[in-house]
Write a protein that binds this ligand. Structure first.
Ligand SMILES: [Zn+2]
Length: 85
C-alpha cells in the first residue's frame, strides 16, 4: 500500500445531468441542472446534494482542526472517525 500523502479523496462540484437521489439521504432529490458534490469512491463516484456536501466538509474540517489542536497542544489522544451524516 502506498504511503498516505492526503486524507482526502478526489472531490468535485459538478452539475446534475439527469435527476437522481442524493447518496447521503434518499429523500434529497437532485434535479437536472443542480450543482452537486461528486466524491471519488474507489473506481466509482458518489453524488451528494450540496446540503449533505457542506455537512460532510464541515465535519471533516472539524476533525482536521481537532487533530491539529492535539499536535499543537502536545497531547496524545484520538479523533473520532467518520459517522453517518
Ligand atoms: Zn443530500
Amino acid at each position: 500500500m502506498p504511503r498516505i500523502k492526503s486524507l482526502l479523496t478526489t472531490v468535485e462540484i459538478g452539475i446534475v445531468k439527469k435527476g437522481h437521489n442524493c447518496q447521503g439521504n434518499a429523500t434529497h432529490r437532485l434535479q437536472k441542472g443542480d450543482r452537486r458534490m461528486e466524491v471519488k469512491n474507489e473506481r466509482s463516484w458518489d453524488y451528494y446534494c450540496l446540503d449533505c456536501g457542506v455537512r460532510i466538509l464541515q465535519r471533516d474540517a472539524e476533525k482536521i482542526k481537532a487533530t491539529l489542536a492535539l499536535i499543537t497542544a502536545g497531547e496524545v489522544n484520538s479523533v473520532e472517525g467518520a459517522e453517518p451524516i
